[in-house]
Design a protein around this ligand. Structure first.
Ligand code: G16
Length: 547
């Protein structure tokens, strides 16, 4: 039955510019009349050829997810999609959405998530569009969507009641089929095809190995329950905080030592009997790996995964190449050099890995912001990283911290930390970056905080596949000894600006590997403040979050 498309007059909202990963705003902003509709219409207006095609739809279950899904279903019907695959209860983790898009050869997908940002009525909401390859739309597309939001004069919908999404099955809106799918099955099946599940199950069954996975009340809960406790037979209770809540239990679903302190503390307490810990974020694409009294830095994790690829069934045949975002430490570069494969350096944002993966230039990708993934999907994948680690632990039969320490001995240690200054007034943050950029030409050859600067620039990237150029992707200060300090403003926050300062120092001497990270990086912290005038301009004397 065809339905009458209703045109609802609208006017543009300012500021609907997608950031590092889609449009993220406060729920209160998204709840304004026509706000969500304008953005969705801008996406649909930017597409062409979607008539009769399949759209994938789901989100991390945060507050407003349920309302937004129903709105988007009606608008998808009006836009002429033939079929929407929607996760039961509106749930699809970001990597699962990518897996579903690829498996069912969908036209694209809409993912509702603000990732690790807080949820609830006063928290954040977000929306992004993924292309048919399963990956986040590129900058050309998101720029076009933004331009469209600025000229929008109507959105299109149909008059139909809400669909019951609580059970798998089929429904329809006019001629558009709505398939409510199990959000876990396709992703779990894909992950099982990559790793040695028998071996991992053997590890999880050992009395001397106890694992905890903290789903942080976010979307990974159902996935972790089904894969770790279901398919792999880990004891019940291995997964904690495993039921997705619209407000994530009031916490930040961000797997780092600050927001996942409970997990880190449990692994530091020998009475817990735990040998391995892991966590994932709001939408299931980030990961944290914790050994006994040892948090693996995301940059190190990427390097360890690359160095151990031969142990993993899916990657044993070799890696085509690896890729990391520019601020991510150079630890993986050293592994790539030894393997004789290419290492690509991209701007921050998973979207930049897509073309490398599609072209078969890279197999593994990773970022300092707790994201790692491979060519199995086109998003970073939290559970994938956890399973990869478990597979390594099962084969090498040694604890995670020993694996990392051995890695440092072999390759040297890229000591690394990120300092975040959150909620800075936007004008001050912009001034800091502008003045820093203006100072760049004078820096090479000078001393700052007693350290000789070799080079300084603003990172620009040319995609090796399609030649597209991305400018102003972060200021880099390179020291003569190979240390780096990188400055950029976050593109995922919703309040004021967040200044990220990335600090890295290479330490070859194994006797220095156990020097505490912040101590080893202290001279670079002084340099960062001197060069960027952080305290003078922002009034801040220390970062809000150190990871
Ligand atoms: C997103 C992007 C990542 C990026 C991270 C931090 O992750 O997908 O590529 O590294 O944000 O970005 P920024 O430094 O601009 O805040 P997620 O997990 O939030 O989707």
């Amino acid at each position: 039955m065809s339905m009458k498309v209703i045109s609802v007059p609208s006017t543009p909202y300012a500021g609907q510019k997608p950031g590092t990963s889609g449009l993220r705003k406060k729920v209160t902003v998204f709840r304004q009349a026509r706000y969500l509709e304008n953005f969705v219409q801008a996406i649909f207006d930017t597409l062409s050829g979607q008539q009769g095609q399949t759209l994938v739809l789901g989100g991390d279950g945060r507050y407003y997810n349920d309302v937004a899904i129903q709105t988007i279903l009606r608008m998808a019907a009006a836009a002429g999609f033939g079929r929407v695959l929607v996760g039961r209860d509106g749930i699809l983790s970001t990597p699962a959405a990518s897996a579903v898009i690829r498996k069912w050869q969908a036209f694209g997908g809409i993912i509702l998530s603000a990732s690790h940002n807080e949820g609830g009525p006063a928290g954040d909401f977000g929306i992004k569009y993924n292309l048919g390859n399963g990956g986040p739309a590129n900058e050309a597309f998101t720029d076009a969507v933004y331009r469209r939001t600025q000229e929008i004069s109507a959105y299109y919908t149909v008059d139909s009641s809400d669909i019951d999404l609580s059970r798998t099955g089929e429904a329809s809106i006019g001629e558009m089929l709505v398939c409510i799918i199990d959000p876990v099955a396709d992703h779990a099946e894909l992950l099982e095809s990559l790793f040695d599940f028998d071996r991992i199950a053997g590890l999880l069954a050992r009395p001397d190995f106890r694992m905890r996975f903290d789903a942080m009340h976010a979307v990974t809960g159902p996935y972790a329950h089904a894969i770790l406790e279901g398919r792999l037979g880990a004891p019940a209770g291995t997964v904690v905080n495993g039921t997705p809540l619209p407000d994530f239990g009031g916490g930040h679903p961000d797997p780092n030592p600050v927001w996942a302190a409970e997990l880190v503390n449990a692994l530091a307490d020998s009475r817990s009997g735990l040998s391995f810990g892991a966590a994932s974020d709001g939408d299931g694409d980030r990961n944290m790996i914790v050994g006994r009294n040892f948090v693996v830095s995301p940059s190190d994790s990427l390097a360890v995964l690359a160095a151990n690829h031969a142990l993993i069934p899916a990657y044993a045949g070799g890696l085509a190449g690896v890729a990391r975002s520019m601020p991510t430490s150079c630890a993986v570069d050293r592994v790539a050099r030894e393997l004789g494969i290419a290492c690509y350096e991209t701007p921050t944002g998973w979207k930049y890995f897509g073309s490398l993966l599609d072209a078969g230039l890279a197999t593994l990708c990773g970022e300092e912001s707790a994201g790692t993934g491979s060519n199995h999907v086109r998003e970073k994948d939290g559970l994938w990283a956890v399973l990869y680690w478990l597979n390594i632990l099962a084969v090498r039969d040694m604890p995670a911290d020993v694996i990392v320490r051995e890695h440092w001995q072999r390759f040297g240690r890229n000591v690394y930390s990120r300092h975040d200054y959150e909620g800075i007034e936007t004008a001050k943050a912009d001034r800091l970056m502008d003045e820093l950029r203006a100072r760049l030409p004078q820096l090479p050859g000078s001393l700052s905080n007693g350290l000789p600067i070799a080079a300084a620039d603003d990172f620009a990237y040319v995609d090796p596949v399609d030649g597209s150029r991305s400018e102003r992707q972060g200021v880099r200060i390179l020291l003569e000894d190979g240390s780096r300090v990188v400055f950029r403003l976050s593109g995922t926050g919703t309040e004021g600006a967040t200044l990220r300062v990335y600090l890295e120092r290479f330490v070859a001497d194994a006797s220095q590997h156990e020097v505490p990270t912040q101590e080893a990086l202290a001279p670079l912290v002084g340099l960062a403040d001197a060069v960027a005038q952080i305290t003078v301009i922002t009034g801040r004397t220390c970062p809000d979050v150190i990871s």
